[in-house]
Design a protein around this ligand. Structure first.
Ligand SMILES: [Zn+2]
Length: 355
């Protein structure tokens, strides 16, 4: 009892501090959210679109996107007939373009995952059991750079989507046939105009089941983190009512900021660097740092950038179809990604040579 008496003031202080913290937190988070949305609005106002570029073939990208998002692919769920057809078709495209096989079995990197429990998801209040997949496979092709000593850049785009629910097809045109078709067109262009760095083009499987394809690259020992220089992840590129493209990652890697500003000056879309700040900086603004495959590279300590549009009303619905694509916008988004690759390639090559 004497001890309790001695502790009564410290205890009272703890109680008061706890009440004050939880009382103030909603207010504080609202303040942070407002500050962050004001910052994003300023970024949008600052972004001045440049003239459109015409290096890439928009018609060919649309043909590839439409093939992947066709009803025959049945939404490309991992291990289904549609998913396997998509995988083999991508490998065929890599071969036609002239990429070298870089999987564990030719272009393919098969893997399977059993259901597992995720503590992180449990804490976040999501369904904590991540369903496993059998017969999944990533597709990997390598394009040599002009300076063989440099570690490769790795471009990732997931090709899987949600498959079918009953008779309903989830086509996944924007998510993420758009990223895969963009990757193929970038590979065709870079084959003709190679970068100094080698580039690994990787179509990932089972992203929709918890980034499992990206995890498998490292879990199976196909790559060690220190073998890869930089990850560029593209996921959802083809439509936005405000003609905006988000660039996610410069909060974690501030050296990317001037580079993104340079890219904006050559880009016909508005490039907004946001959605990568933790809650204590950005309040309730969504943090996309771990929202797609780039999250796995980030956790591996590999610097990354993620390009993608804001979620739209058709996101993860059967209405995400190829006819909804804004072709002119999509074309300029991929031109922007190409600008970024070229600027990044120069900058990293100089940086690595100095070290
Ligand atoms: Zn996606």
């Amino acid at each position: 009892m004497v001890l309790l008496k001695k502790l009564r003031w410290p205890l009272a202080l703890v109680v008061i501090a706890t009440l004050a913290y939880y009382g103030l937190k909603p207010y504080w988070l609202t303040q942070l959210t407002q500050q962050e949305s004001a910052r994003i609005i300023t970024l949008k106002q600052q972004a001045v679109p440049a003239a459109p570029l015409q290096r890439l073939d928009a018609e060919r990208m649309m043909a590839d996107l439409s093939w992947l998002a066709a009803a025959e692919r049945q939404g490309r769920a991992p291990g289904t007939a549609g998913g396997i057809a998509a995988r083999l078709w991508i490998a065929e495209q890599f071969a036609t373009i002239g990429l070298a096989p870089a999987g564990s079995e030719g272009y393919l990197h098969p893997y399977s995952v059993t259901e597992h429990f995720s503590l992180r998801r449990w804490f976040r209040g999501k369904n904590a059991v991540i369903p496993g997949v059998a017969d999944a496979a990533n597709v990997l092709g390598l394009l040599a750079g002009t300076e063989p000593g440099l570690k490769p850049l790795i471009i990732t785009a997931h090709y899987d989507h949600l498959g079918m629910h009953g008779d309903t097809i989830f086509y996944g045109a924007d998510d993420n046939a758009s990223g895969v078709a963009a990757m193929l067109e970038l590979a065709r262009y870079l084959k003709q105009q190679p970068l100094r760095h080698s580039v690994l083009f990787v179509a990932l499987d089972s992203e929709e089941k918890g980034l499992q394809g990206a995890v498998a690259l490292f879990r199976t020992g196909l790559f060690d983190a220190d073998q890869l220089r930089f990850n560029i992840n593209i996921d959802m590129l083809s439509r936005d009512t405000e003609q905006q493209l988000f660039a996610v990652g410069s909060y974690h890697h501030p050296w990317l900021q001037p580079l993104l500003q340079q890219v904006q000056q050559q880009s016909a879309v508005k490039l907004i660097a946001a959605h990568d700040r933790p809650w204590y900086k950005a309040g309730h603004t969504q943090d996309w740092t771990l929202s797609s495959d780039h999250g796995v590279f980030h956790q591996q300590g590999i610097p990354f950038i993620y390009f993608g549009v804001a979620d739209h009303a058709d996101y993860h619905t059967p209405r995400d179809t190829a006819d909804k694509v804004d072709v002119a916008f999509y074309h300029q988004v991929v031109e922007t990604v190409l600008n970024f690759l070229q600027v990044l390639d120069q900058q990293l090559a100089e940086k690595d040579r100095l070290n």
